[in-house]
Design a protein around this ligand. Structure first.
Ligand SMILES: Cc1ncc(COP(=O)(O)O)c(C=O)c1O
Length: 359
């Protein structure tokens, strides 16, 4: 045995690790997990049957091209198949997009705080993260993001709605921003929570991508569609970008079970709409409850709410856990609470009320 270890890229020393939302411990006080923006509903009608049928053949590799799913997506969103790419969750695609555009010396701009994978995937590629602070009202500061562009910028993430604050960028503001970004810089509109938006002034990224070759839209089956455990997301982008995604994909990354489940989910539109509507209703109840208790809550357009707790972040998360729900602390900024089962949301509101009384 030698004492030498394999030479790893030094950049990995500074890559933060992804912290998943904690699950509820079997023997702990909390029964509900509101820490990962998951969907509390079981799979949509028809999904289990199709997934189980696919499972019977998992001695075979999946369809590398995801042909059935791409055909379905192409029809649904009226985009050519060549403009679509699938990946192991949209986070997998985000990583491929950075790999495809950026390396050492290049810069990737994103709002901060936003999705915690952005700095990670940027640093893994050896590129430099350029986090741009959110505005006072917890939204993207597109003015500052445009001002942060340099000749080293290769990619800009716009998370709409933003995780973890739930805020949105509206049409006029986003179009004006896109008009300012040089056309050789890729803008990724991450719309993981798109289905929960009720504000008609928030643009659909797929409308914006059509005449903008430097725009790529990310969507996922993990949130509204409830397939987080199956890891399937997709991107809509013009040919050179979509082709780069096909090249950088891990071969056979999206399993056949995932492909079939995604197809069945797309065909279960009515049940999806009902579930999303119920979650949006619960979101309103939670926000109104919190505001009634005296909290300041940014308007949420996603399946979670955000409380800027500052130094009380960890204490608040611990109080929620004692009250029966695991939430997601992002110290030292605040706490994100997923909208879950009705009972979980009620337990959360009670815990928040108790905590408030003791301030
Ligand atoms: C903004 C945003 N983008 C992408 C993802 C990744 O989702 P998935 O990889 O499950 O598709 C998440 C998940 O939390 C997210 O919040």
């Amino acid at each position: 045995m030698t004492d030498k270890t394999p030479k790893l890229r030094p950049v990995l020393d500074s890559v933060p690790s992804y912290k998943p939302g904690r699950p509820a411990a079997a023997d702990g006080p909390a029964a509900y997990k509101l820490s990962s923006n998951e969907n509390p509903y079981p799979p949509l009608p028809g999904v289990m049957e199709r997934a189980i049928a696919a499972a019977a053949e998992f001695n075979r590799y999946p369809d590398l091209t995801c042909a059935g799913l791409l055909a379905e997506l192409s029809d649904r969103f009226d985009v050519p198949i060549s403009h679509l790419a699938t990946g192991t969750g949209s986070v997998g695609i985000a990583q491929q997009l950075v790999q495809s555009t950026s390396g050492p010396g290049d810069e990737v701009i994103f709002a901060w705080r936003s999705f915690e994978a952005y700095p990670i995937v940027t640093q893994i590629a050896g590129a430099t993260p350029v986090p741009v602070p959110l505005t006072e009202d917890e939204g993207h500061d597109l003015e500052a993001m445009a001002a942060a562009i340099t000749d080293r910028t290769r990619l800009i993430f716009v998370c709409n709605p933003n995780n973890p604050t739930g805020t949105v960028v509206r049409r006029a503001e986003l179009e004006a921003f896109l008009d300012r970004v040089p056309s050789d810089i890729l803008v990724v509109l991450d719309e993981a929570y798109r289905e929960f938006i009720r504000d008609e002034d928030v643009p659909d990224g797929i409308d914006l991508y059509r005449d903008r070759p430097n725009v790529c839209v990310l969507r996922t089956f993990s949130k509204a569609y409830g397939l987080a455990g199956l890891r399937v997301g997709f991107a809509v982008a013009h040919d050179p970008v979509a082709a780069a995604l096909r090249k950088t994909a891990v071969p056979f990354g999206v399993t056949q079970i995932s492909q079939e489940a995604a197809i069945a989910s797309l065909r279960s539109e009515e049940a999806l709409a009902e579930r999303v509507a119920a979650l949006v209703e619960e979101r309103t109840r939670v926000v109104e409850g919190l505001v009634g208790q005296g909290w300041t809550v940014p308007e949420s357009h996603a399946n979670f709410v955000w409380l800027r707790m500052g130094e009380r972040t960890a204490d608040f998360a611990a109080a929620c856990e004692r009250g029966g729900v695991i939430v997601r602390p992002f110290a030292p900024d605040g706490v994100r609470i997923t909208i879950g089962e009705t009972e979980a949301n009620t337990l959360f509101l009670k815990a928040a009320e108790e905590f408030r009384k003791q301030l």
